[in-house]
Design a binder for this molecule. Structure first.
Ligand SMILES: Cc1cc2nc3c(=O)[nH]c(=O)nc-3n(C[C@H](O)[C@H](O)[C@H](O)COP(=O)(O)OP(=O)(O)OC[C@H]3O[C@@H](n4cnc5c(N)ncnc54)[C@H](O)[C@@H]3O)c2cc1C
Length: 406
């Protein structure tokens, strides 16, 4: 039997879970369809996500005012979300920017413009401010104070979904493999052969948004391989580094750039790890579903030594004898902002996190829900900044309605 909803969200990742919660405030007939995290990635045949981890950095200063405002609004709701779901996911640990002097000046200017509380220490004062961190030669630093910090993305999703379900939403733990538009409604078919219909559907499938024929023409996204290392931290080091903020480090190195790291965090295996990620000269753009699956299951298998060395240089004395490598997917849009848009005929999109949308996922979900519920956006955000762009020359998908503009 086909179940019918008013709004269906495809993907219950960071943005989809938030959108579901907001939609569930406005309608009783809402559901999200998306699989749970696989237990064994290498044996997994389905889709992956960009949030299978314990730490995502929340900062208002990483990009520009618009990103800052998206994140500021999300962070302002974390306390209420934690309380409403009895789920702890947020640690306001602060965020340390380490960069050449001119770049630190630009970050300070953004902090002033956005009235973000920060400390911009002279080089000798760094030791008192962040005693565990060694400032590399030629670099300055700026500490963004709380509410900047760290969220546990899995726990934030649990929090969003539990509140949504309490408000009447359904969560269907399957993968959508086909979408079809008739004149009356959308029909979504899952990998379990079940069908669900709805007046409106919202695609929040992250890196996989182009893989299942959801759009008449493919949307303009680039999916990049992302490599991180997890360094196992001893109890003594965890204690020594307990006040450590999240860090973004503009490293001067031949083969890696844009280094970021989290403070020590407890992972599901019970161990404590510091995570370090970066762009690398081995990163690739993954063009097809097969390429994404191959990367997530069999890509980079050994930790890069330059990443380990970057960590050792920043945190002297850290024991780095147990290091693992992790693989992930980053989805970029054409204009550098997420796509949140209505494509017509009840088809909506909220995707392309550009590597920074865990922190602001709650705001992105609220904007998507506003679109679907025909509500006006808050004055800080203009739809034009989030318009979807289509891949030039991509073939039309015949399963969708012939008049469908998307
Ligand atoms: C290594 C790494 C570090 C990052 N660090 C940060 C950070 O510090 N701060 C920050 O703000 N952001 C960070 N990001 C980015 C952030 O994680 C993403 O922007 C965010 O997860 C995007 O949310 P999403 O909902 O678009 O995608 P996802 O969280 O990936 O969710 C998409 C969901 O769609 C589901 N799905 C896919 N296809 C289907 C289908 N056909 N049917 C049903 N469901 C489907 C997937 O299962 C998945 O759960 C990082 C990303 C990576 C990879």
């Amino acid at each position: 039997m086909t179940e019918t909803f008013e709004h269906l969200v495809v993907g219950k990742g960071m943005i989809g879970a938030a959108a579901l919660r907001y939609l569930s405030c406005g309608s009783q007939r809402v559901a999200a369809i998306g699989p749970d995290e696989p237990v064994d990635a290498e044996a997994h045949d389905g889709v992956f996500s960009s949030h299978y981890d314990q730490g995502r950095i929340c900062t208002q200063l990483s990009r520009d005012r618009l990103w800052g405002e998206l994140t500021r609004q999300s962070m302002s709701r974390f306390g209420a979300l934690e309380a409403a779901s009895a789920t702890h996911f947020y640690r306001p640990a602060g965020m340390l920017y380490i960069a050449p002097a001119a770049d630190v000046r630009a970050i300070a200017a953004l902090a002033h413009a956005m009235a973000v509380e920060h400390v911009w220490p002279a080089r000798p004062d760094m030791a008192a401010l962040c005693p565990s961190v060694a400032l590399p030669a030629g670099h300055g630093a700026l500490l963004e104070m709380a509410p900047a910090g760290i969220i546990d993305p899995r726990a934030l999703i649990r929090s969003q979904l539990s509140i949504a379900m309490r408000q009447g939403a359904s969560v269907i733990r399957e993968t959508v493999v086909a979408a079809e538009k008739t004149s009356a409604h959308w029909t979504l078919t899952t990998d379990q052969g079940r069908q669900f219909t709805a007046k409106n559907i919202l695609i929040c499938a992250g890196a996989y948004s182009n893989c299942f024929g959801f759009f008449r023409r493919q949307i303009a996204i680039r999916v990049k391989s992302e490599t991180t290392i997890l360094v196992k931290v001893s109890g003594a080091d965890a204690q020594r580094l307990s006040g450590m903020p999240a860090i973004a480090y503009q490293i001067d190195a031949p083969r890696i750039s844009d280094v970021y790291l989290t403070p020590p965090l407890v992972y599901p295996d019970g161990n404590i790890y510091i995570k370090l990620g970066a762009n690398t000269d081995e990163d690739v753009i993954l063009q097809t579903l097969d390429q994404m699956q191959h990367w997530m299951k069999h890509g980079c298998r050994h930790p890069r030594q330059d990443m380990v060395q970057a960590l050792c240089a920043l945190i002297p004395g850290l024991d780095v004898s147990a290091v693992q490598v992790k693989r992930c997917l980053v989805t970029y849009s054409d204009h550098g902002k997420p796509y949140i848009d209505a494509l017509g005929n009840g088809l909506f999109i909220a995707t392309a996190g550009n590597g920074s949308s865990a922190a602001c996922s709650d705001t992105l979900g609220s904007l998507a829900a506003d679109l679907m519920l025909e509500r006006t956006w808050p004055a800080a955000f203009q739809p034009a900044d989030f318009s979807v762009r289509l891949m030039p020359d991509s073939p039309a998908n015949p399963r969708l309605h012939p008049g469908e503009p998307g």
